[in-house]
Design a protein around this ligand. Structure first.
Ligand code: GLY
Length: 384
């Protein structure tokens, strides 16, 4: 799939990742990081009684550190990565115990940890954890609207009818559960959610809404929300990538052509909006100033674009691959801190357009950057 010079570049970047992960993994062996503070990983597994119930051990990104370690274990065979990944997986059990903080992001939490562990080592405890998480996700399905409920708020804002595009990358946990158990219910729920997302989230031009609010009783669409993007009707870039990559994974798991066509439509929209310099804004419809950026979107988009290229093959695949390479090369060349003295890779992540802080390390940016590299190498774990 890659030309010789592209292969040479890829080998060089993977060597840099491997060198840095060798050091960072040891330094952060007992942590579950989200971001960095003065270059050092923070730790979401440390108890913080004043934190919101969905924060701390229940924080939705808590699977990505484990995922980075499993990618490294798969790449190098070095047992230390397995050991450190398992430390974070066991810590996540506290989240099952607490239960009230859990949300639809159980896919993001247990696919890169327990499903990865089970796939690579056959660990039966990990299988049990992943099936438990899949049942929790399936239990969030709203029959009237055909969607999976995202969050749990009721008193301070009623989210009983809220679904978000990000869930397209949680539902692979349901596909996995059906493939693993032979029980079609999980896949049926995943496909109903994907079908609803195609009609309610994806706009005719290939851009997507972040949040759709349904009536939780009769299932009708009430309105859309801008969510983590600039505003209602805007185009939050990470949301575009959850759709791009998510529909592609739904296609891979089901073979349903409409999912592939939807992934391609979102991808064409995304590619047409990549700026000349390859740096992705937080929202494709944000004002020119202050020019907020989100490199995590670049990394996730690259993963989805590579999967599209692999699935369609031939001449048509090259444009998807070229776009993915442009995004990844931009990250490598000017957006990553390669020093072994800091814990982060990508420097310019943004959680949400209207957050207080922007342009900082975010663990899923690092995870998807690594995943994209291993996809290009043909050494992916296929976790989604
Ligand atoms: N899933 C939430 C986000 O992408 O920030």
């Amino acid at each position: 799939m890659l030309r010789d010079m592209e292969k040479e570049w890829l080998d060089g970047v993977i060597a840099k990742v491997t060198k840095k992960m060798d050091i960072v993994s040891e330094r952060s062996r007992n942590k579950i990081p989200y971001t960095t503070i003065n270059g050092m990983h923070d730790d979401k597994s440390v108890d913080n009684p004043s934190a919101d119930v969905a924060d701390g051990i229940n924080w939705w990104t808590n699977g990505f550190w484990g995922g980075m370690l499993w990618l490294m274990f798969h790449e190098t065979g070095n047992e230390k990565y397995k050991e450190i990944a398992q430390i974070s997986e066991v810590k996540l059990d506290r989240s099952f115990d607490e239960f009230y903080g859990l949300h639809h992001d159980v896919g993001f939490m247990w696919l890169p940890t327990s499903v990865a562990n089970y796939k690579l080592t056959g660990n039966q405890e990990s299988r049990k954890r992943a099936l438990h998480a899949a049942n929790l996700l399936a239990g969030r399905f709203n029959l009237a609207g055909g969607f999976i409920r995202a969050w749990n708020d009721l008193e301070e804002g009623d989210t009983r009818g809220w679904a978000i595009i990000d869930c397209m990358l949680n539902i692979p946990l349901l596909y996995w559960a059906s493939e693993e158990t032979g029980d079609p219910r999980f896949k049926q729920i995943a496909m109903r959610h994907a079908d609803t997302s195609m009609s309610a989230f994806v706009r005719p031009d290939g851009s997507v809404n972040h949040i759709v609010e349904f009536d939780p009783f009769n299932g009708g669409v009430i309105r859309t929300h801008g969510g983590q993007g600039y505003g209602e009707g805007s185009s939050w870039t990470r949301g575009q990538t959850w759709a791009l990559y998510g529909f592609m994974m739904s296609y891979i798991h089901t073979g349903k052509d409409e999912y592939l066509q939807t992934a391609k439509r979102v991808a064409h929209y995304f590619m047409a909006n990549i700026p000349e310099n390859g740096i992705i804004p937080v929202d494709f419809r944000q004002p020119e100033e202050p020019g907020l950026m989100d490199d995590t979107a670049a990394a996730i988009a690259a993963c989805g674009l590579i999967e599209i290229a692999k699935a369609i093959g031939g001449y048509e695949s090259r444009s998807f691959l070229t776009a993915a390479l442009k995004l990844l090369r931009t990250l490598d060349e000017s957006r990553i801190d390669w020093s072994p003295d800091t814990d982060h890779f990508l420097l310019y992540g943004t959680g949400a357009y209207h957050s207080k802080t922007h342009h900082h390390a975010i663990i899923y940016g690092d995870y998807y950057f690594m995943e994209a590299l291993f996809k290009l190498k043909g050494n992916d774990l296929f976790l989604w």
